[in-house]
Design a protein around this ligand. Structure first.
Ligand code: FE2
Length: 114
């Protein structure tokens, strides 16, 4: 995910605030679009663990919105913490969790979306 690299660079440059704000503005759009697309596709193919996905999507969306609210409100947000969140999200959700439905869809002639 491109946002992780940008954040990492901002930490090295010791100027994360501005970058954090733009990352979260993008992430809010990304999560809404990605998750709603994913959920309607999974519903269409009758994916058995759809509800688990939806619960996790809602939690991730809430976290993204909380971070953004803190940032726009001028609260301090740890760049290291955000880095951990993004990495966790990427590894735990997109890679592991979403791969599971990927193989399910393939077995039914569907297609894995990135
Ligand atoms: Fe998902």
């Amino acid at each position: 995910m491109a946002q992780i690299n940008r954040l990492y660079q901002a930490i090295l440059d010791q100027n994360p605030e501005e970058v954090l704000l733009s990352i979260f503005a993008e992430l809010v759009d990304y999560t809404e679009l990605h998750f709603s697309h994913e959920e309607s596709m999974l519903a269409e193919y009758g994916y058995p663990q759809l509800e688990e996905q939806q619960i996790e999507h809602r939690q991730l969306t809430r976290q993204v919105l909380d971070y953004r609210q803190k940032l726009t409100g001028g609260d301090t947000v740890s760049a290291t913490e955000v880095m951990g969140f993004l990495r966790n999200w990427l590894l735990e959700h997109i890679v592991k969790h979403d791969r599971q439905y990927g193989s399910y869809l393939e077995s039914r002639g569907g297609r894995f979306i990135e």
